[in-house]
Design a protein around this ligand. Structure first.
Ligand SMILES: Cc1cc2nc3c(=O)[nH]c(=O)nc-3n(C[C@H](O)[C@H](O)[C@H](O)COP(=O)(O)O)c2cc1C
Length: 231
């Protein structure tokens, strides 16, 4: 099975260590591909909308975005990790997710996304609920791209921000949580479409049908929906 990891930071800090603890039991049995941001996709979306109205291949940042997207599509499990910055996610990860907006169900979803599993991991110096609420942009993106099975790990470090300086008790508590989450992915089975995903898909289908009625020639989004046989 394939695991694609998108690391929302290049720092080898708490985010990295928590992710490594999660991956440790999985590395033997699965093929892991990792990307680090902003190193592997250092651009902000410039808002040209070329992906929406023409083709993703014409995005000015396609050379960096496409390999990551291809690895996402090939993966059985997608892992996104991030430290909390300003109660949200680091700009590098948000920038990548912005480039994925064209893959949302309101535009051109890839059917491969409907059977994928995802894990979202965040940590912060504050409380766990802050780490959890910071995941909103990631979970929204995954959900609108069609991923139904999203598991989450949100860690409030509280004691400090240096992994090796955390107390043994806290560190082993975090490791236990990461390993417990990993054990749920020892065997990665295709996920089914959840009720929420079905509802979003039906809503988008209705929207695309309505738009198609007023198009002389179908736009890029509707060409995709027609090719997929969805409308
Ligand atoms: C720019 C910046 C903004 C941050 N904002 C928050 C925040 O809003 N809330 C919080 O609890 N921690 C915040 N932190 C702390 C980090 O989330 C925390 O140190 C995390 O463990 C960093 O992960 P790392 O060791 O992988 O870099 C911030 C850190 C940085 C560098």
């Amino acid at each position: 099975m394939k695991i694609t990891v998108i690391n929302g930071t290049e720092v080898k800090g708490c985010t990295y260590h928590i992710k490594e603890e999660f991956l440790a039991p999985l590395r033997g049995g699965h093929e892991v591909t990792e990307f680090y941001l902003p190193r592997d996709m250092p651009h902000f979306c410039c808002g040209c909308k070329t992906c929406f109205v023409q083709d993703t291949a014409r995005c000015p940042h396609n050379a960096q975005v496409e390999p990551i997207w291809n690895a996402v599509i090939e993966a059985d499990l997608i892992v996104l990790t991030a430290p909390v910055y300003g109660l949200g996610i680091p700009a590098g990860l948000k920038a990548l997710l912005d480039h994925f907006c064209v893959r949302w169900m309101v535009h051109r979803p890839d059917p491969a996304m409907f059977s994928k599993s995802a894990v979202v991991m965040t940590n912060c110096i504050g409380a766990g609920f802050m780490a959890k609420s910071s995941q909103r942009d990631i979970v929204n993106a995954l959900s609108w791209m069609g991923v139904s099975r999203i598991r989450r790990l949100a860690i409030g470090l509280l004691e400090g921000v240096i992994w090796d300086e955390l107390s043994d008790k806290r560190r082993s508590n975090i490791i236990r949580k990461a390993r417990r989450l990993a054990s749920k992915h020892a065997h990665i089975r295709p996920a089914g479409k959840s009720l929420k995903t079905r509802a979003k898909f039906l809503m988008c289908k209705g929207m695309h049908k309505a738009v198609l009625k007023n198009e002389e020639t179908p736009g890029a989004d509707n060409r995709h929906w027609l090719e997929m046989g969805w409308i």
